[in-house]
Design a protein around this ligand. Structure first.
Ligand code: NAI
Ligand SMILES: O=CCc1c[nH]c2ccccc12
Length: 301
């Protein structure tokens, strides 16, 4: 079972603090193998699933939910709108149909790319559509993903805003800690929950170099405090994201790794000194694995 604390959303709902994503690792478009991975994730204790229209596998996620034997009310299902967000309402209805659900717990706009294209809604128009979806009860909460401060500002400045974004799902790991600070503080100020994807990227996608040594040192210290022989570096990174107050979005196709990911929620807190060490070591090479537009201060979407 999950050892991550639930995270309270600003609209009064709450979400399990760790989510199982179906957009990376060995996930592709719909097939029975994916159904198996998602069923395993539910079996080992994940209760929050992170899907997206763009991943092309909502049908498989829906099948896994139906076959899991876990009541719908005990699961928290997120999906995301886009690409090609011309008509948010039909995107949403298509996702619901594919998932075989009558509601999702959280519906996100996947990224802000589409809103300046001719024939597409503006961010504000798209958000109004999400508000209607929330008001219909078919999405319990609504939010965004990969939104920069100025993208969020466009929503927050809607004159008759009814529901602000409950969450912003963004890349988060020590390489992003400082680069993401301003956005983190902005979300905190506006009570928008951070969802952290790519949390283990430093060990998975950017291993090597000076950073590795520092992670080992901190990992050893955490293992000692936890009274364990061994703690995985990736678990320390998951703990760091949870400690930041984020909903942690991770994934795997392997049951033992899924269990390891869930167990990371019970690790002792990282000390401020350990966090500082991780951040300092990451400083020379801030880098993100996904969504380079997040560093783009020029392009309007
Ligand atoms: N909103 C968005 O634009 C994005 C959302 N996501 C969501 O987040 C989910 C998780 O994203 P990830 O970046 O994959 O999460 P992640 O950084 O936790 O990486 C998970 C992967 O790392 C592997 N891994 C973990 N620890 C490892 C270790 N010690 N050694 C080797 N491999 C290790 C896992 O087996 C898995 O393949 C996605 O499936 C998707 O649902 C991901 C990217 C973008
Ligand atoms: O969600 C972010 C990254 C990602 C993983 N799989 C796909 C497929 C299509 C668009 C984006 C992504």
């Amino acid at each position: 079972m999950s050892t991550y604390a639930d995270v309270k959303l600003p609209d009064g709902n709450s979400a399990p603090g760790v989510a199982f994503g179906v957009g990376t690792a060995h996930f592709g478009s719909d097939n029975d193998t994916i159904v198996g991975y998602v069923k395993t994730a539910i079996e080992v204790g994940f209760r929050h699933l992170d899907a997206a229209e763009a991943y092309g596998n909502e049908i498989s996620v829906g099948k896994a939910i139906a076959q899991s034997g876990v009541p719908r009310s005990e699961l928290f299902v997120t999906t995301k709108a886009g690409p090609g967000l011309k008509d948010p309402l039909s995107s949403f209805e298509s996702s619901l149909r594919k998932l075989g659900l009558d509601y999702v717990d959280l519906y996100l706009i996947h990224w802000p790319y589409d809103f300046v294209k001719p024939g597409y809604p503006t961010i504000q128009e798209a958000w109004k559509a999400l508000e209607e979806i929330k008001d219909s009860g078919r999405a319990k909460s609504i939010g965004v993903s990969n939104f920069r401060i100025r993208d969020l500002e466009k929503i927050l400045s809607i004159p008759d805003l009814k529901h602000k974004p409950a969450a912003n799902q963004i890349e988060f790991h020590p390489f992003m800690y400082e680069a993401g600070e301003e956005l983190y503080q902005f979300c905190k100020k506006h009570d928008i929950v951070l969802e952290a994807y790519g949390p283990t990227s430093p060990v998975l996608r950017f291993s090597g170099g000076e950073f590795d040594g520092v992670l080992d040192k901190v990992t050893k210290a955490v293992a000692e405090r936890a009274g364990k022989d061994k703690v995985e570096p990736s678990q320390v990174l998951l703990r760091l994201a949870a400690q930041r107050g984020a909903i942690v979005v991770t994934t795997s196709s392997k049951d033992w790794r899924m269990k390891e990911q869930l167990a990371a929620g019970a690790l002792p807190e990282l000390t401020q000194q350990e966090i500082d060490e991780l951040v300092a070591a990451a400083k020379p090479a801030p880098q993100r694995a996904f969504m380079k537009h997040m560093d783009d201060t020029n392009t309007e979407y």
